[in-house]
Design a protein around this ligand. Sequence first.
Ligand code: NAD
Length: 321
Amino acid sequence: MKVVAILPPSEQVQAQIGMVRALFQGHTVELATNAAELEPHLSDAEVLISTAFTPLTREMLQRAPRLRFIQVAGVGTDHVDIEAARELGITVAAVTGANTVSVAEHVVMVALALLRGLIPAHNQMARGEWSLPYWIAHARDLQGKTVGIVGMGRIGREVAARLLPFGVTTFYYDANPLTSEQENTLGVTFLELDPLLGECDLVTLHLPLTTDTRGILNRERLFRMKRGAFLINTARAELVDEAALVEALQTHLGGAAIDVFSPEPPPPDHPLLKLPNVVLTPHGAGVTQEAQGRIAQGVIQNVLRFLEGRPLADVAVQGNR
Ligand code: NAD
């Protein structure tokens, strides 16, 4: 069988591909580092290992007549045209949970960085300025703040657990609310989305991107947030009206930590890159060294299951090719 991995170029990926080739003996394993390098393989690839960084469109899937299985190296299958995969009988699976803790730790890091004004203070020091006046005027504690978690799935719950010792009041919104026992353990209270946005000093998004959630944080909702509040988005850029977010950051919000962009990577003149009150990371909340190891293991085990005809883990679409 021909397996093609579309993965960003890095030493770690090269090492993992070497390991994959050794494990998938008897099968052909090719590496493509972007969509252009994938093109020549579409006609005969049977398995694709893919990440959120390379969309797999309906048109691409239609040009892959032998494709039977797409294994996502990470969480979230929104970069794959899921309807097209379903219609064409292509199986799609992810590695859910492998980077849950990594994203949750990232959220705590950027929450503290936003509240303290860490990035501007650091930049001032690096320019040779003494940043204490800025620090005095901006730095705030997390203790006593009101936090809103939008999407209380695997990552949302890990964020809540990590915020508990900080002495915050945590509200959450989810289409499937927790049991009261889970709420008590995590110290969280359910609120509908609009009241939550009006109540919280800090809002963190942990929804998947679906037709229901696309644009869920529209202009009206961004301006419904408290004046001076902070937004953290490690989920997907398309959950938020990006143009309205830029306007809100200039006039209404205190700041934002943004890990996800539309498109990725964002062009150098992307307006979010120019703002003074943002903490920016390159869609990296879930790709710590440890998480990459867990994701690689999850991918390898699931592709081996597929090659050997065994039941798969984390199936999003069950195909019949
Ligand atoms: P999850 O499936 O465990 O949780 C998602 C939660 O959202 C669920 O509780 C679900 O009930 C809720 N939900 C879904 N649709 C909803 C709707 N319309 N309204 C209200 N609630 C809704 O997912 P997870 O593992 O916590 O990951 C969440 C997302 O984070 C992923 O889909 C992915 O896009 C993103 N993610 C980003 C990174 C990164 O590196 N930045 C890493 C991992 C995951």
